[in-house]
Design a protein around this ligand. Sequence first.
Ligand code: HEC
Ligand code: HEC
Length: 389
Amino acid sequence: MDARSAILRSTFLIGLFAAVLGVFFYQTGLWSMQADAGSAVVQVYKGPQSGWPAPHLSDSIAHRPLAPLPEVEYPDDNPYSEAKEALGKKLFFDPRLSASGTLACASCHDPDLGWSDGRRRSFGHARREGRRNSQTVLNSAYYDHLFWDGRAESLEEQAMTAIAGPREMNQGLNLVADGIRNVPEYRRLFRQSFGDSTITVQRIAQAIATFERGITSRTSDFDRFLQGDRDAMTERQIYGLHVFRTTGQCMNCHSGALLSDDRFHNLGQSHLGRPSEDLGRFLVTGDTSDVGKFRTPSLRDVTYTGPYLHHGLIFSLREVIDMYDRGMPQIIPRKEADNPLYPQKSPLLEPLDLSDREIEALLDFLEAISTRPRRMSAPDLPGLERSDV
Ligand code: HEC
Ligand code: HEC
């Protein structure tokens, strides 16, 4: 090797080294700039809520601020009593409400599984697989529309639908009271709750609804943060709150104390033309503009209530967020293009282009709004020895 090429070579190596060093410092500079921007945001959120940046909302959406859950209201025609709540708890856990005598509400709404069943879709009567993922009953007191498609308007109506539903308990509504009526202890509990020992399916539903209204989320770190304890959330969780309110655009639908607007939206998940097809709200209203719409679920305790979405096909929250980040692309076979039921994805969804850091922070925020649901053991059931259950 002559002297000239040796010089050229070392110049090249020095140049390369300098470039690598440059990129390294540029990157760390960028990172620390990003981190600085992040911690500046965190400082703003540690201040009063009136100083927080405005949420990113579509023009059509009113701002419903995030807040701790309010007290549950009991309807005038089914007021709270301790006796009725305790009766409702027994009925909720009692498999004698089902045609087969083997399925209780608690079989698919298990307190240890976030009041859901942990399955993709529920197994109902005769182990028939249902169409949808079991919803949690946590906070169901706060919705005006129950079920994924909103087909029940009260917890009382919902309970009656669940008892009769062929994919749930498959029990004739006139028969259900019989199994319970023959148990003297139940007659006594109905007298205590309703004034006389008449047992009707309406009363069964009223007692169960009263029990369900007591099943609400515990105070989360996010609630403590909102109530003024600004150290209750980590910096990453606070940054995640910022992403949730702004670049993630989540508050277009997940808003208010429940983190749900109680309305129906199409997230491109109706799977038209596939075996998992589910037309959602359209099945209730018959209105084609409702095709593929489902009620926004609350996100409280969401880390405990998987798998996710009405079809239960999504097992991790990271995957859900990645789908939002891509703008919820729909997969519809080409041959369905002329189908009058061709679903229209919500115009509120667009690709978000979130950075990895924003996605991680968003996931951390979902942790901050989740608290392990209260433990609850199954009650003793009237007329059954513990060993029979
Ligand atoms: C076989 C499993 C199964 C059984 C048994 C069952 N459920 Fe459900 N539950 C589900 C599924 C699945 C959904 C969602 C169904 C849908 O949207 O069509 C649901 C939805 C609900 C909801 C709506 C929650 C919301 O956010 O809208 C409530 C409340 C509820 N069930 C209570 C009950 C009660 C009370 C009983 C007993 C009388 C019961 N369930 C029995 C599986 C079950
Ligand atoms: C256009 C309204 C809308 C927007 C915007 C929206 N969501 Fe949703 N979200 C929904 C609806 C509706 C569902 C249920 C859809 C279904 O099952 O088909 C849902 C489901 C979810 C679920 C699954 C919950 C469960 O129990 O299965 C999570 C988690 C979630 N959203 C988080 C977010 C986050 C985080 C953002 C912001 C990045 C966001 N959502 C933005 C309406 C929305």
